[in-house]
Design a protein around this ligand. Structure first.
Ligand SMILES: [Zn+2]
Length: 308
């Protein structure tokens, strides 16, 4: 993801009477299409996430426990991989609360975070270094978006952190970043709060590398909807995860997804379209963009949408 400071704090996580339904903290239906035909397979939550979210630490069961019915060996935090048999979305069963999300992403990639994560995942510190600058593939994103936009677009980046990876950072008439973090913005970007987000003011609203982290992606898109005027385009970008690419269209992926980390949602193309539909948006264009940064190869999936 481009930054730690995306918005997970959709209100669905608040247990308050004004909300009609309490959120499911263990998903019982699809996070994208709401379908309830889910395949399920046991998996482990990676120790760093388990520690930050639940306070769990890996534990070795040894002979001196004297337990007759448990095998010896390492015990990790268990979870389930779920795959929707309707739209293909593959996701972690746990849906973290706002509080848990805050605990997980506190000080994202700062020194203390990096040290703790490096303890569980040796080599992480070196990887984190690569995330400091602007991602090289953003120029390809801009090239793809440009034909849909005026030459100097007015842009809002929802959850864009410092704005370092915001498209059109150097070529805009207005560049707002809406983000709950207090991180310092890059030159040219201006911070706005929800009350300053004026419907219809933007040519482009971006929400990039965020949805794969959040517990309730539909709620986030519905929140963003408030910023969209009739002419505004919304660009959503998520990773096209290797497992989804290698088994395109497969609905038998739950058993192959053995571990979960900070990306708790793996989207299929169809699942993203379902989200748009449910949020009252229509698809304008979509693409897959190979990302080859030398140290990291992958692919992102981008969709461009507007209000229905
Ligand atoms: Zn689904």
């Amino acid at each position: 993801m481009s930054s730690p400071e995306f918005l997970w704090s959709n209100t669905y996580n608040e247990w308050s009477p004004e909300h009609m339904e309490s959120p499911e903290l263990i998903a019982g239906s699809c996070i994208c299409c709401d379908g309830n035909r889910l395949s399920k397979s046991p998996a482990v939550l990676m120790p760093f996430v388990a520690l930050r979210v639940f306070g769990h630490e890996p534990l070795e069961i040894t002979a001196d426990w004297g337990l007759r019915d448990l095998r010896q060996g390492m015990a990790y935090t268990l979870c389930n991989s779920l795959q929707c048999q309707g739209c293909g979305a593959l996701f972690l069963d746990y849906r973290f609360t706002d509080k848990q999300m805050t605990a997980l992403y506190q000080g994202y990639r700062d020194e203390s975070y990096t040290r703790q994560r490096n303890h569980f995942e040796p080599g992480y510190a070196a990887v984190a270094e690569h995330y400091r600058g602007r991602e090289a593939y953003i120029s390809d994103v801009e090239a793809w978006l440009a034909p849909h936009l005026p030459a100097l677009p007015a842009v809002l980046d929802w959850g864009g952190g410092s704005g370092i990876n915001t498209p059109f950072l150097l070529q805009h008439s207005l560049l707002h970043v809406h983000d709950i973090s207090a991180v310092e913005l890059v030159k040219g970007a201006e911070r706005v709060g929800p009350e300053q987000v004026v419907k219809g003011r933007y040519d482009l609203v971006v929400c990039s590398q965020v949805l794969e982290h959040v517990s309730f992606p539909l709620a986030l898109i519905e929140e963003i909807h408030a910023a969209l005027g009739p002419q505004t385009l919304l660009y959503l970008e998520v990773p096209h995860e290797a497992l989804m690419r290698e088994h395109r269209g497969s609905l038998d992926l739950a058993r192959l997804k053995r571990h979960w980390h900070e990306h708790v949602n793996f989207f299929s193309e169809q699942s993203l379209h379902c989200l748009l539909d449910r949020a009252g948006l229509v698809l304008v264009d979509s693409y897959f963009l190979p990302v080859n940064l030398g140290w990291r190869q992958g692919e992102v999936m981008g969709v461009l949408a507007r209000r229905a």
